[in-house]
Design a protein around this ligand. Structure first.
Ligand code: SF4
Ligand code: SF4
Length: 249
């Protein structure tokens, strides 16, 4: 979660912090408002499946898109309610999509800065605390290591998927000639955020006749959204940067 004014980013001493969030805290759900919450492709996939929506409908109803130079790619944020600026998924009982909440909500009040270089298998990561004035969870006495917190919050699969995408959005590779930019940005948007449309692009066009994709991988992509998303990231490296990640027939 980002962009709350009284927040203070704090380095994590020895990787340990003291925190608990539960319905008994006076601030319960206060943090779920006025957010500028950037959604990753995996966040969107989990949420739209949770809600039983198509990617198109989810993007239309719950998100806003913005392009903030010098970033090269459009980012999607969760749209807060117009009237009260609260998250559309919060009610008096808490988060109504808790098991599928976005990665940033999951690890809060921890922040994770990561960087994934092409030549490195694992992302480099740094953790910090987002210590916001309204958050009373820091007064609780439950101690956590970062590792324990990440496991408890189910963050590992989010981090694994998000790091692959991070490699694309932070790549220093050229996007090629100016005349191709708009088409490439549209491709980025579809393959990143609109997995249903990307699936049609792969399975309902000439795509599989043009590209040499192993049949086991095609089967897995047809069945598993995460396999399709992994492939979408490889496709983006090929189509945006001309990398050798996918072979033509
Ligand atoms: S402000 Fe902190 S303690 Fe309060 S509900 Fe949010 S995360 Fe939990
Ligand atoms: S998705 Fe859930 S946890 Fe995240 S801001 Fe909305 S209600 Fe809060």
């Amino acid at each position: 979660m980002t962009a709350i004014k009284d927040s203070l980013l704090e380095p994590l001493k020895d990787g340990i912090f003291t925190f608990a969030c539960h319905k008994g805290v006076d601030c319960f759900t206060k943090c779920c408002a006025s957010l500028s919450l950037v959604l990753t492709p995996y966040d969107i996939l989990r949420m739209k499946n949770r809600l039983g929506m198509t990617s198109d409908d989810f993007l239309l109803q719950y998100t806003e898109t913005r392009l903030d130079p010098p970033a090269r790619f459009p980012m999607v944020t969760l749209k807060m309610n117009q009237e009260d600026k609260r998250c559309p998924f919060v009610n008096s009982q808490g988060c109504t999509i808790y098991e599928d909440r976005p990665g940033a909500c999951r690890i809060y009040p921890v922040g994770r800065a990561s960087m994934k270089l092409e030549q490195e298998k694992e992302a480099r990561e740094k953790f910090f605390l987002v210590r916001e004035g309204h958050c009373l969870g820091f007064r609780e006495d439950k101690a956590w290591s970062i590792e324990e917190w990440m496991v408890d919050q189910g963050a590992d699969e989010y981090n694994a998927m998000n790091d692959q995408w991070l490699e694309i959005i932070t790549s220093q590779r050229s996007l090629g000639p100016e005349k191709d930019l708009s088409r490439k940005i549209q491709m980025f948007f579809m393959a990143s955020y609109n997995l249903d449309k990307f699936k049609k692009f792969v399975f309902e066009s000439r795509f599989l006749r043009l590209f040499d994709i192993p049949s086991e991988m095609i089967d897995r992509m047809a069945k598993e959204d995460t396999e399709l998303m992994n492939f979408a990231f490889e496709w983006l490296k090929f189509s945006l940067f001309g990398m050798n990640t996918i072979r033509m027939r």
